[in-house]
Design a protein around this ligand. Sequence first.
Ligand code: UD1
Ligand code: CA
Length: 519
Amino acid sequence: MSEPRPVAVIVLAAGEGTRMKSRIPKVLHPLCGRSMLGHALAAAGDLAPERLVVVVGHNRDEVSAEAERHAPGVQVVVQDRQGGTGHAVRTVSEALGDLAGIVVVTYGDMPLLRPQTLAALVREHATAGNAVTVLTALVPDPAGYGRVIRDGSGALAEIVEDADATAAQRAINEINSGCYAFDGALLADAVKRVATSNAQGQEYLTDVVAILRGDGHLAGTVLAGDPAEIQGVNDQVQLAQVRRAFNERLLEDWMRAGATIMDPASTWIDVDVTLAPDATILPGTHLEGRTDIGAGARIGPGCVLRDTSVGPDAMLLYTVCESAEVGPGATIGPFARLRPGTRISAGAHIGTFVELKNSTVGEGAKVPHLSYVGDADIGERANIGAATIFANYDGVAKHHTTVGAHVFTGSDTVLVAPVTIGDGAYTAAGSVVTEDVPPGAIAVARGRQHNAPGWVERKRPGTGSAAAAAQAREAAARETQAEEIQAEEIQANQASAKESSAGEPSAGEATEGDEGAPA
Ligand code: UD1
Ligand code: CA
């Protein structure tokens, strides 16, 4: 049997969410890469309904915009005053007219609800021929929830809200999740008959159950296997709990698919991230947006990757990436930053304190230390010396730099864009390169060194530097003197040896006992 397809899924999202105490509308709070509303619409969309409807009220502009962003073609119905869940559905019914077929109602603030659970609800509803089927859960603490009341035969009789329940009813721990499948035509009629004679003076959608039973229709339930799924979010504490639960669920799925997660408690992952088998994620790592990690890659500790693809066997350590691509076997970090448009080829190395933006780094090339690379192409096997800076910005516009294959830039080179360094060329350390360098040339673009001897003793007397300079000067003088004496002794020895053999001194030879004689 093919899956029954609902005529509509209605996502209720008109509430104010005051307990969040936040400027952000409740259903727009994000977790695991989507707003709560985004998660609800994704689960609803999985049922492939003919119409996807969202009911908005508070912050309607922001909430509608988010709904349309996630589910283009979504039908937005405005509920002007929040008269209760029954009123919300009646408003939809009035706005959209007859909905003949299965209508599912769910909430925008229940992000843990699985699409499979919704599908099971719809399937049971269709199979049993119910007028209404309620998703329920057994919870240890049912306070605050509507209770599931059964008749003598065990069939669903009604739902009683916490505020309206008797003590005996409050003791029931089967609760209403707030998620239902209805017969659309029967629902449209029943919501018109919902009264407001209850503790909150609201039109309760839950009253539809008793109304339909009273009309002689069938009502049933589906028990959520995992009660966590129906956890709603009303405040920041619940948001954190739900976020952690969602994150754990995603990580468990990836671990079952072969990824290694060393510390799930400190690893955060978004719904659209993919991990290949044997990808290893180390503690303190956030994988966000559409990030894909290749087989055998090792990410972390301490990485934050957004919309980034990492090839097989690459290694990233304490690295931040956004909209970047890291090729197979590349090694990045520690403490590197890859900004949008960075593409690192296979086997390349990006080292400590290196920032890149809108640049490609060729196969096996290295940018090991303390560099900024912006708007550049670096050829294969190039070696970019420590503290090389690509000066891409002239204060008005950005310019491009091309570095050829096997180029070697000396430490502290500044490449002032636009500039091209030919294949196999070198730059001397400390060069400020403003003109193209032909292939194979070395560019030396720096001032020639000039030393002014004795400057420190003359200009900085009384400083530690001057004292050190004086000491060094005296030590050098003593050494020179000792060398002179040694040289004289050698000469004298040679002379006496000559004398004893030839009997007369040679021309220009110093007389023994002259200045410089040993003391
Ligand atoms: C509702 C159910 C309760 C169930 C619980 C599960 C009713 C009367 N009660 O109670 O049985 O156990 O959910 O969480 O339905 N909303 C609108 N318009 C409105 C009122 C609410 O869009 O006029 C939306 C809210 O934004 C929210 C959802 O409906 O997302 C639930 O509303 P809420 O007021 O939180 O209902 P509960 O009192 O929690
Ligand atoms: Ca609620």
